[in-house]
Ligand binder design. Structure first.
Ligand code: TXA
Ligand code: MG
Length: 343
């Protein structure tokens, strides 16, 4: 069961982590499924619980006072500047991994992802865990490929509460503020590739460029693997399709006329016939905050399709558009199949 948030519950969670157990905890982006980053058996439990391939690296979370230099042979000046500007906060930096850090956290790669979350519960947990000197390996607390959780209830929906569940400790810290996963910037190949944006998130490319004086580039073929960068990810069970506001009412009408059940996530458009709807804010931060809860809610409506009103394409929407594109990836062609044949 989710524990009410008090210091005793957080201390108990820290002790469980020190014993090699898993603890789900809130961060400002999404909920994480944490394990001691320096205990390979504990890290292996995360992979088993999620059903995640072994070669996908996980992010190591640090307390605000922790020394990132413990985890890497050297902290490049670009990383130092970004840490000073954006930590604690939704920015993960990929750096070369120090030889003493177990390879299990990086899926065997020679890099490591580091992040310092700003959520107060995450920070208290990280300060309690091994007196703030350890690191918590934590992917999002969902089964592999599913939508990330932004509430403690979402975590329970993913892993259940039965006695044998691999996730017995869930700290409840309310709804995650940012709502989509951290921005991931690769600084491990600065000399040859410069900074590379592996995953857009709450901190935009322009914000990063302002601090390091160079715009990050898009991932190349040799970029470090990141499961959040798989074409299909963050996906509900119901097919997802994006549709522009002007065509949405007509599409909904045609689907309904053909006996199809539609769920809709909208911002502005006045909708047509649906079995469920979620209205998200018109600004990108508000939209990101509510997106995953809306996807889960629409998924629960057991519709034939979840239609999403296409958001604007400006830079501020990059993180949201990235997640929606991945959620819709496996549904290519579904809309055409559901529509009645043209007469
Ligand atoms: O906001 C977040 O980042 C959340 C919260 C819990 O902190 N965590 C999260 O973890 O989204 P996860 O595992 O679901 O996604 C982390 C991404 C994955 O795509 C992973 O492959 C990538 O980070 N990653 C981690 N370490 C890496 C490394 N050394 N090199 C390349 N990619 C890495
Ligand atoms: Mg994830």
């Amino acid at each position: 069961m989710p524990s009410a948030i008090n210091d005793t519950a957080i201390q108990a969670a820290a002790r469980a982590l020190e014993q090699g157990e898993l603890v789900a905890f809130p961060t400002e982006t999404v909920y994480g499924l944490g394990a001691d980053a320096e205990n390979p058996a504990a890290v292996a439990r995360i992979y088993a619980a999620k059903g995640r391939p072994q070669n996908h690296p996980v992010i190591v979370h640090l307390a605000p006072e922790a020394d990132p230099g413990y985890w890497v042979p050297a902290v490049p000046p670009e990383a130092r500047a970004l840490i000073d500007s954006f930590w604690p906060g939704p920015l993960t930096l990929i750096l070369t991994r120090a030889p003493h850090v177990p390879a299990a956290v990086s899926g065997g790669q020679d890099t490591i992802g580091l992040r310092c979350p700003s959520h107060p519960v995450a920070q208290t947990l990280l300060r309690e865990f091994r007196q703030g000197k350890g690191g918590l390996a934590a992917p999002s607390a969902n089964r592999f490929g599913h939508v990330s959780p932004t509430t403690a209830q979402h975590v329970l929906d993913e892993f259940g509460t039965w006695p044998g569940s691999p996730v017995r400790h869930v700290l409840d810290g309310g709804q995650s503020e940012v709502g989509i996963e951290s921005t991931i910037l690769d600084l491990s190949r600065l000399d040859t590739h410069g900074p590379v944006l592996l995953r857009p998130g709450g901190i935009g490319a322009a914000d990063l460029a302002r601090v390091i004086g160079i715009a990050p580039s898009a991932p190349d073929a040799a970029a470090p693997r990141a499961s959040g960068t798989l074409e299909s990810h963050y996906a509900p069970a119901t097919p997802v399709a994006l549709a522009a506001a002007p065509v949405l009412p007509g599409l909904l009408r045609q689907l309904a006329d053909g006996g199809r059940r539609s769920a809709l996530i909208r911002r502005t458009v006045d909708a047509g016939p649906t079995v469920a709807q979620a209205v998200l804010p018109a600004d990108p931060n508000g939209y990101a905050h509510g997106l995953y809860a809306a996807l889960r809610e629409m998924d629960a409506a057991r519709a034939d399709i979840i239609l999403v009103e296409t958001p604007p394409s400006d830079e501020g929407w990059q993180g949201v558009n990235d997640r929606l594109r991945r959620a819709a990836h496996d549904s290519t062609g579904v809309l055409a199949r559901l529509l009645p044949p043209p007469v």
